[in-house]
Write a protein that binds this ligand. Structure first.
Ligand SMILES: O=C(O)c1cc(=O)[nH]c(=O)n1[C@@H]1O[C@H](COP(=O)(O)O)[C@@H](O)[C@H]1O
Length: 237
């Protein structure tokens, strides 16, 4: 499995969110030297499929963010289908439940020691308290993230995806062991866009994030590699 990062640059995961394979390849080539992994998500996978993962795999470890969420049998089958792509990390929605997460873990173990890190997405960083309440969830984001974190870790997830706001509460509740991958990260002065629960890269790492995921503040910059290096340079050692 991909090791927990020790150096600031290894903590950074740029999100390559584009449907254009040529742009994805250019971003991957520019960003691979200054990050710990590259995140490939639904936009590129929907457009290009597994070929996009194969194309990126030579540049850096691939965080394949497909946020699987279905019945256990279907998710286990999807994990088995994705294993030949050798992703370093794979996401599933914690809200899919313990049986779904356990089935994913069992399927992933067929890959042996090189299996992907299984990350359970808790509460999407785009949801504020009101949007979460509108889905029927009682209690605020922190309470729901802690509830889903416990469920996911007990069911066999290696780590969690959460916003920077829940990193400290998760570390308080579950200690150092869970791998924490944190999107919703915004360098000071950059636009939050559709992200609701944000903090700066340095705040996320100081709170206990292992990896931070940053998309548009990097990919929308005139020099994405320079933007990535500047973010990494601002992280605590
Ligand atoms: O699983 C994720 O990576 C994820 C979970 C979450 O709760 N919020 C979230 O923004 N993400 C992903 O992180 C990336 C954030 O991109 P930017 O908002 O452009 O920095 C996107 O690719 C999202 O799909």
């Amino acid at each position: 499995m991909l090791a927990r990062p020790q150096q600031p640059a290894a903590r950074l995961i740029p999100a390559i969110d584009t449907a254009d394979p040529a742009r994805a390849a250019a971003l991957a080539a520019a960003l691979a030297p200054c990050c710990g992994a590259l995140k490939l998500g639904l936009e590129l996978f929907a457009a290009e499929g597994p070929a996009a993962v194969r194309a990126m795999a030579g540049a850096a470890p691939v965080f394949l963010d497909l946020k699987l969420h279905d019945i256990p049998n279907t998710v286990a089958g999807a994990v088995r289908s994705l294993l030949p792509l050798r992703p370093a990390m794979l996401t599933l929605h914690a809200a899919g439940g313990a049986a779904m997460l356990a089935a994913a873990r069992e399927a992933a173990e067929q890959a042996g020691v090189a299996r992907p890190i299984l990350l359970a997405v808790t509460v999407l960083t785009s949801l504020d308290a009101a949007a979460l309440a509108a889905t029927g969830v009682a209690g605020g984001p922190v309470q729901q993230v802690l509830r889903l974190a416990r469920l996911a870790l007990e069911a066999g997830a290696d780590g969690l995806v959460c916003s920077p706001r829940e990193v400290a509460p998760i570390r308080d509740a579950f200690g150092a062991a869970p791998l924490l991958v944190v999107p919703g990260v915004r360098p000071a002065g950059s636009e939050s866009g559709d992200q609701a629960r944000t903090a700066t890269p340095a705040e996320a790492v100081a709170a206990g994030a292992d990896w931070i995921v940053v998309g548009r503040p990097i990919t929308g910059a005139s020099d994405p590699a320079a933007a990535a290096r500047a973010i990494a340079a601002g992280l605590p050692a």
